[in-house]
Design a protein around this ligand. Structure first.
Ligand SMILES: [Zn+2]
Length: 76
């Protein structure tokens, strides 16, 4: 696999950023250069919403774990 290179600064590190287009309520996930911030691509909004679903599932698991931890402490 080749390493992606930023067309502006030649950097090799990229990050994801949430971006809301003007007049649109949906958030797009942009892939941008972490050095200069140039957007090199956008992820499919449906992929983004899948990530949101995963996030809420992780949050739910987190709450359950917190409850289990609390119950364990009450037993002592
Ligand atoms: Zn760059």
């Amino acid at each position: 696999m080749t390493i992606s290179t930023c067309g502006k600064c030649g950097g090799h590190s990229f990050e994801l950023a949430l971006f809301t287009p003007i007049g649109d309520s949906r958030k797009l996930t942009l892939v941008q250069c972490s050095a200069c911030g140039v957007a090199v691509g956008a992820l499919d909004p449906s992929t983004g919403s899948q990530i949101e679903v995963l996030r809420s599932e992780v949050a739910a698991i987190d709450q359950k774990l917190a409850r289990i931890a609390q119950a364990l402490q009450e037993w002592r």
